[in-house]
Design a protein around this ligand. Sequence first.
Ligand SMILES: [Cu+2]
Length: 262
Amino acid sequence: MKRKLFLLTAFTLLFSYKAEAHFMLLKPSTDIVEGNRATNIEIEARFTHPMEGGPNMPFKPVKSGVFINGVKKPIKWEKHYIQAEKGSSKKVPYYTAEVKLKRPGVYQFYLVPDYYFEPAEEKFIRQITKVEVEAFGMEEGWDRPIGLKAEIVPITRPFGLWEGNTFVGRVFFNGKPAPNARVEVEYLNTKGVKVPADPFITQVIKTDKNGYFYYTIPWAGWWGFSAIGYGGKRKYKDGKVYPVELDAVMWVKAYPKPEGVR
Ligand SMILES: [Cu+2]
């Protein structure tokens, strides 16, 4: 009887376990602003599972801002609500902000969310997230770290990317390169793309001994990179202490191949 129960439990565990990659999404309405006049862009922040299109999880921004030519400016978020899941009556917050770009340069947006407790994994998750926007033809500064506790510093220029380009990033935790770190990659699935099996939902790569990772973007769209790190321990409201997963997330946009090329 006991053995049977054990087998049943093992079976249930085996067949219900699915690696779930959470992603803090930080998505500007564009990665490149051209022209010669001040332009508003919109930034959206959502805590989600990008490839599967959900569920969405609750969060709130604790710190955020935009660095432009070494100067930091605040971001004013507006709170909205969306369904946690299709068919669910539960609503969770997400945020948008209008940002006016006035001067040429690379705008590095970042967001630090509050700690999210994930009961299924018995840990907290905090994903420090950034995205870059190039404005009015001045490209300098895209490779400059902005001093986040967990940060992906792009080695490939993170705007004006084609599908099929290889994105190279370097992961830093507490200002030090992170060797052998797991980096999860997901497509922001706005097109209802279907995957042939679960491992396709999240692509997984590792950083080398100097903290570099490489990923060839297979098709156009927004792609998120999440380097998984450790951020100590923290007490939950149940009185117990749980580990904190402290991740560095970065988003880049790849453009489709031009017409007439293969
Ligand atoms: Cu989740």
